[in-house]
Design a protein around this ligand. Structure first.
Ligand SMILES: Cc1ncc(C[n+]2csc(CCOP(=O)(O)OP(=O)(O)O)c2C)c(N)n1
Length: 590
């Protein structure tokens, strides 16, 4: 192992070892050489090299999304750091832990005309859990510091003993800052930023560290005991309409036993989304399919009032369906409890109460003994069954369009694949199909960006144990094409690009009206294809334009191959939006 001679660089490396943070995504530069080579020279670190920092940010997010352990992002000084911003915001709102290490010039070289410098402090504003800067070591290049010393980094007059004392204070400060930032990222599952100033030379290394970090171990245990669950029991005593809504979550968020309890407890209505990753056939998985048609009915007030829950329980993260948000805002529950260690959102404006415990504990101690109105679920079943039959009838006759692409995909994606879906219409279309056999669906819903889906999927694919499929729209795909510019795309990686030549979502969002500016500035129509990109990055490529063609392509698409594959499906955005509108009209039939 090569330890940089700079004490603060050693400190970071030692704390990474101590906290077992081993995935390191490095973007090239000069200022970050001490850390980049320090990490790369130690076998315990898995180092990944990615040039484009925007892509590197999402790649790291993909890894941490799977492992739930912070991933280090390391970059040089200047604008490099700013390119992490989209991934950091996504990580912050999706509660995924990242540790951003930006290396910097010493403070006396900033804003004086030195190259590649910006003010790197707190650049992510409020979209990050914490931002801090380490103190510059005064024993490294003492003479260079003294030459400027405007900021009085070194107190003079100076002798050996005083320098040692000053450095010891700096070491304590840095130990504290690094360990507390790491602790926050691990504990809160959110991103943190540490800015680290280094003076040159940057290429000096030794074989063992000279700094000492604190040997104190930190307690990461979350104490459930502090929460008195009994105080919530009265809410669940009276016969109640209870609705559980599961947002973005992971497959094992609830134990199998509790999932079964939730399904069997007659009367509790469970709504889930594609990204909930908690499945049971008695859960309602196609929220928009149930709710959207009701909105057009004459007696919608009466129906929605009956479907309105008394108690809303939310689990997991972000909810995708706009329809459920509208419904619960217009017909608010009396109580909203958010269960789990992640942050609650007062999405429905009723004053969410956060029960910060492992959901399994809540289910065993409270929900098992709750008193549920058994007719409530029957009402949901009635609506759901009816819409499902209409859905099937419509799909049989519908023309080849984005909706039909998802209908075919929903039954053809092998269960052993991990599925990553881009924003925004792909994930919304997917929600219309029963995917209850599928337990591994991910989408960047923290901030719903189209800027990092490919990079995230590639990052996730290198740590999950299954093959990975990314389903994306054309704009999202072209936006994040640098997600393929790295050496980590496995041969079993698959991409399906649904190319409707622009942002098809804008034709299906409520309020859309065609006008002469729409095509250029909103839909951003284009005639690009993924073919040359596939060629450039060594992917096998096919393009299909019909349902039969798609079926034929899918029959071999998932088979093992020596290279990754892209399947581009060309659809018409006008026909697709018309078909979706007709679909919801058809579902509204009484
Ligand atoms: C970084 C970012 N910029 C802009 C948007 C707004 N936006 C949402 S969806 C979308 C279009 C996506 O188009 P495409 O990927 O082709 O999928 P389609 O809607 O056609 O299915 C845009 C621009 C966003 N979500 N994120």
């Amino acid at each position: 192992m090569m330890y940089p001679t700079i004490p603060s660089a050693q400190t970071i490396l030692l704390y990474c070892s101590k906290f077992n943070i081993t995935d390191i995504v490095i973007s090239p530069g000069s200022r970050n050489v001490p850390l980049a080579i320090g990490f790369a020279s130690d076998k315990k670190f898995n180092c990944y090299s990615i040039v484009d920092e925007r892509s590197a940010g999402f790649f790291a997010l993909g890894i941490a999304q799977q492992t739930k352990v912070p991933v280090i992002l390391l970059c040089t000084s200047g604008t490099a750091l700013l390119n992490y911003a989209p991934a950091i915001a996504e990580a912050y709102y999706s509660e995924i832990p990242l540790i951003i290490l930006s290396t910097d010039r010493p403070i006396y070289k900033i804003n004086i005309g030195d190259g590649q410098t910006i003010d790197q402090n707190k650049v992510f504003g409020n979209n990050i859990l914490s931002s801090s800067s380490l103190m510059q070591d005064v024993t490294h290049q003492t003479q260079a510091i003294l030459k400027s010393n405007i900021q009085k980094l070194i107190k003079t007059p100076l002798d050996k003993a005083s320098l040692k004392k000053q450095q010891s204070k700096i070491q304590d400060f840095n130990n504290n800052m690094v360990s507390s930032s790491f602790f926050k990222a691990i504990q809160s599952k959110k991103p943190v930023h540490i800015n680290v100033p280094f003076e040159e030379p940057l290429y000096d290394f030794v074989s063992s560290p000279s700094v000492k970090i604190s040997s104190k171990s930190l307690n990461f245990e979350v104490s459930d005991q502090k929460i008195n669950l009994d105080e919530f029991k009265p809410f669940f005593k009276k016969q109640s309409k209870i609705l559980v809504l599961i947002g973005c979550s992971t497959p094992n968020y609830l134990s199998k036993k509790n999932l079964q309890i939730l399904a069997d407890k007659t009367g509790i209505v469970v709504l889930k989304e594609s990204t909930s990753n908690l499945n049971h056939e008695s859960f309602f998985g196609n929220i928009d399919q149930i709710i959207a048609p009701i909105e057009t009915l004459k007696n919608k007030e009466a129906i929605f009032s009956n479907l309105k829950p008394k108690i809303l329980i939310t689990l997991g993260g972000m909810v995708i369906s706009k329809k459920i948000k509208q419904f619960l805002r217009n017909y608010p529950p009396s109580h909203h409890f958010h269960i789990g260690l992640n942050s609650p959102n007062d999405t429905y404006y009723v004053g969410v109460k956060h029960i910060k415990v492992d959901p399994n504990l809540f289910f065993e101690k409270i929900l098992l003994q709750s008193n549920v109105d058994i007719n409530y679920k029957n009402l949901w079943v009635e609506f759901s069954n009816k819409r499902h039959l209409l859905h099937k009838t419509f799909i049989k006759k519908a023309p080849f369009s984005d909706l039909i692409v998802f209908s075919v995909l929903s039954s053809k994606i092998p269960v052993n694949y991990q599925l990553h879906v881009a924003n925004s219409s792909p994930i919304r279309y997917l929600q219309l199909f029963k995917m209850s056999h599928f337990n591994s669906v991910y989408c960047n819903r923290g901030t719903s960006g189209i800027d990092g889906s490919t990079s995230t999927a590639v990052g996730a694919s290198i740590v999950n144990n299954t093959p990975t499929l990314l389903v994306t729209g054309d704009l999202s795909f072209f936006y994040d094409v640098n997600g393929l510019w790295n050496n980590y795309v496995n041969s079993d990686f698959r991409i399906i690009v649904i190319n409707n030549h622009g942002g098809g979502i804008f034709r299906i969002l409520p309020g859309y009206k065609e006008n002469k500016f729409f095509s250029s500035f909103i839909e951003t129509k284009h005639s690009l294809s993924a073919e040359q990109i596939a060629k450039m990055h060594g992917f096998k490529y096919q393009n299909k334009k019909t349902k039969l063609g798609l079926r034929i392509a899918l029959s071999s698409f998932f088979k093992k191959s020596s290279a990754p594959k892209i399947l581009e499906i060309t659809t018409s955005s006008k026909l697709s939006s018309d078909t979706l509108k007709n679909y919801f009209k058809f579902l509204s039939r009484s």
